[in-house]
Design a protein around this ligand. Sequence first.
Ligand code: NMX
Ligand code: MLT
Length: 398
Amino acid sequence: MDVGWCEALEMAQDEPMFTVHASHLNTGLRGVPVGTCRTSFVTPTEGVHYCGYPIAELAHFPPEDIVYLLFNKELPTPEQSQAFKADMSARGAVPYSVAAVFHTLPTDGHPMDWLSVGIHTLGMLDTTGDWKEDALNLIARMPRLMGLLFRIREGRSDNIPSDDTSLSMVQRFVRTLEMEGVDDDLMEQILSTYLVLHMDHGGGNLSTFTGKAIASGHATVFASIAGAMNALSGPLHGRANQSCLEFVLRIGTSDPAEVEAFVRGELEAKRPVFGFGHAVLRAEDPRATVQFALGERLCPDDENFKIIRTLREVAPRVLSENEKISNPNANVDIASGALLHHVGFKDPTYYTTFFGWARVAGIGAQIIDERTVMRGGKGTPIYRPKYIAEEQKLRHLD
Ligand code: NMX
Ligand code: MLT
């Protein structure tokens, strides 16, 4: 039985919600209810809703307003929005030592590893121990952290402009980045929508679950979210956006027959078709639909966009030939790479850091809820699911 978002809470406390059979073991907890989530829920056909709002209705909001929503469960009034942005600005300063640590990292290290180290470093420099303070401080510092990560890893560390924390989160990143030959306004528009779409995805996605699990042992917000970033860095999770654009570049043509041959080749080689499939969704992810609509408006003739347009048509048909694939449709990672590439981010290895930047908000808000609201404010206890012994007969040393 699949327990939906509201049914669970309406059930009597002792009514069974889910029956565990041996067949549920070693399935990655698929479908097993383990807790409640106050920030978002995902339905198989309509996708993610933030505090009740379908994601498509929120896509045009400034990211700061959506952070406010995830933390306060209501959209801000204009006054609250302004006050929240001012609060974010006041918290935004990133100490120079973060740049100093970045300078010591291997430049061929993956950007997600840099991001995780960067978040840990922020935590080592300034952890208050208050769940909410630390989560808000981290969110406020992410734009500069991201900008420094790009600049220093790319070897463009001279004359980095100072951080104007009075700007929006996205503007602060774009100003720090100071990329030549790009349209800053277009970049800000794409990034703003990107951040809103990726901030949260229910309680059970791997990175959020990992972050909350780490926090349940009372590790700091910074340690918990750095761990969550490591979870996000896997190609079946967040790094699928990098892998998807990499294979779009490999395909190199929007000809449907060639795209189909490519998809079949990937399947024959037992490689995932990135950008398709989902553990919960059973229709196209609305976050993909929003990004496709954005691409049709902003860059319909972009070569990579044309390829993903064809992939969106071809891959679900090919994937549905395999009955064990529960969802052959496009997921969130299909389109983001093409849009990021179009606005100037030519190196796909950075793409998952944008996912991570966005997800810090949802994970931060969920950690606060689990630590300070659940169980009447006592917080969820330390995570400790049960594993059944396998191939371990009791034995003794002679
Ligand atoms: N390409 C190839 N095989 C697939 C795909 C796909 N897109 N989707 C599912 N399968 C396989 C899957 O590996 C599994 O094989 P096996 O039985 O040999 O283990 C089988 O089909 C059944 O899987 P499902 O129950 O449909 O999906 P599951 O919940 O296990 O996995 C994903 C979900 C998202 C990990 C899987 O669909 C996938 O690997 N997709 C490609 C990678 C991707 O785009 N990930 C991003 C997901 C979103 N995000 O950002 O986190
Ligand atoms: C996410 O946004 O975290 C992904 O769609 C994966 C998931 O929900 O399991």
